[in-house]
Design a protein around this ligand. Structure first.
Ligand code: B12
Ligand code: SF4
Ligand code: SF4
Length: 369
């Protein structure tokens, strides 16, 4: 896609026409959900973001400190943008209720060294979504550009300074769980998100009121649209809060990233705090516990009508055979060969070895089921 011309003119389209185009283009690119939010937009949970940052719950992650205002209002730096398109792609069809792997770091009753897939979060078992989803979004945008003359768009997934979950909720892709994940009632939360700033002026969007359904969905969220769209459908459930082994989820649904195994094993590259190593259990990379226990994900796993998940997110050939001992001794060259273009690339070889070290110690101390 060509670079955006910052002096581009707005292009008008109706929400109905845009929905028809997305309905034609998304299935061919395995994009499962797509919606839109008009800009500028006052985000209803912007305060949560600023309070989270001010309370130092961002685990010292420098990239989050860089553009705090852009994350809630991208038009400051991109005055040409009139809307944000939001896309979601599944990486798993839910978590079966009897799947103990992410909870214990290995299924109960199995030997001390379960396969690699039992220790690695589902999002990270195949190719890197930063490549796969971004390419798919760009294909959809190229199709939209053919259909809508003058459309300009800038796409990103994860790395852009935007509160992707908040935009996804407003665009009708799902609701916000106490575990902070964006949850679709039928597909669960095993979804990657991506966004594209565009110069589209979309007639018929609801402002900063969340849409009941996205403009395109591989499956509808519910049988009938509700009278009022809520931010959350967790009700009195607290399963994720109780299951989190590090107590990282607050009762109001916020998350302390500095206490999250996902941060320790991915972002801090194996620098799990010395006094908290036992809490990591048998988990090698990422953490799925607060999603695996969620009833919406367990229901999604039992939904036989779910369309297939993109094959690129399945474990790569040879990876399922990797054992803990292989990782403890993994040299930099082999790391490059095995994990290039996968999410594990982010934690560098020394990070993966350090994560394996923590698991080895926890297994040796016999604390795992
Ligand atoms: C920093 C980051 C992390 C940090 C902090 C996570 C966090 N909860 O804040 C760490 C390293 C811990 C992390 C972990 C994971 N991450 Co992450 N992460 C991000 C990143 C880059 C920024 C998130 C952020 O801004 N957090 C700040 C908080 C304040 O904002 P927020 O969580 O988005 O919540 C906002 C709203 O949703 C709302 N809100 C949040 N929760 C609730 C709850 C209620 C009840 C209400 C009313 C409102 C509300 O308020 C907030 C402000 O608007 C995003 C990509 C992006 N650009 O957005 C990916 C992203 C959130 N991560 C993602 C994934 C897949 C994961 C993991 C599942 C990976 C894994 N298996 O290990 C875990 C999940 C852990 C968890 N429960 O969140 C996906 C989530 C997809 C989804 N379905 O929600 C994203 C969107 C990446 C992507 N493009 O797909 N991540
Ligand atoms: S990802 Fe794991 S450690 Fe982080 S909040 Fe969820 S359950 Fe807790
Ligand atoms: S486990 Fe329960 S509280 Fe947590 S996100 Fe799922 S429904 Fe909400």
């Amino acid at each position: 896609m060509a670079r955006v011309d910052p002096n581009c003119e707005p292009v008008r389209v109706t929400a109905a026409d845009l929905a028809a185009h997305l309905g034609r283009l998304c299935p061919g690119s395995a994009v499962d959900l797509a919606g839109a939010v008009a800009l500028p937009c006052a985000l209803p949970h912007a305060d949560r973001w600023f309070e989270w940052l001010a309370a130092d719950r961002h685990a010292g992650l420098e990239y989050l400190e860089r553009d705090p205002t852009d994350r809630v209002e991208p038009t400051g730096k991109n005055p040409w943008a009139n809307s944000v398109l939001v896309f979601a792609q599944r990486y798993t069809a839910g978590w079966p209720a009897d799947d103990s792997a992410p909870v214990s770091g290995g299924p109960a009753g199995k030997p001390d060294d379960p396969p690699w897939t039992d220790r690695v979060a589902r999002y990270a078992r195949g190719l890197d979504y930063h490549d796969v989803l971004l390419k798919d979004i760009k294909t959809v945008l190229a199709g939209l550009q053919e259909a809508i003359g003058g459309l300009q768009a800038f796409a990103s997934t994860d790395t852009g300074p935007y509160l992707e979950r908040e935009y996804a909720w407003l665009a009708g892709l799902g609701f916000l769980g106490k575990n902070t994940c964006l949850i679709h009632e039928k597909l669960g939360s095993g979804l990657f998100l991506g966004v594209a700033l565009t110069n589209l002026e979309i007639e018929g969007l609801t402002g900063n009121v969340p849409a009941a359904e996205p403009l395109y969905g591989v499956t509808a969220r519910r049988r009938r649209p509700p009278k009022r769209v809520a931010a959350s459908h967790c009700g009195s459930c607290t399963r994720c809060i109780e299951a989190c082994p590090t107590g990282a989820i607050a009762p109001d649904g916020g998350l302390d990233a500095g206490s999250c195994i996902s941060t320790w094993t991915i972002e801090w590259r194996g620098k799990t705090p010395a006094d908290r190593r036992a809490e990591q259990g048998g988990i090698l990379f990422g953490c799925d516990i607060c999603q695996a226990v969620c009833p919406w994900n367990q229901r999604a796993a039992g939904n036989p009508g779910s369309p297939p998940v993109r094959g690129e997110y399945s474990p790569l050939p040879g990876h399922t055979e990797i054992k803990l001992a292989d990782l403890l001794e993994l040299n930099d060259d082999n790391f490059r060969k095995r994990f290039k273009r996968t999410p594990l690339w982010r934690c560098h070889p020394e990070g993966l070895r350090a994560n394996a070290d923590v698991v080895r110690d926890n297994v040796a101390q016999g604390g795992l089921p």
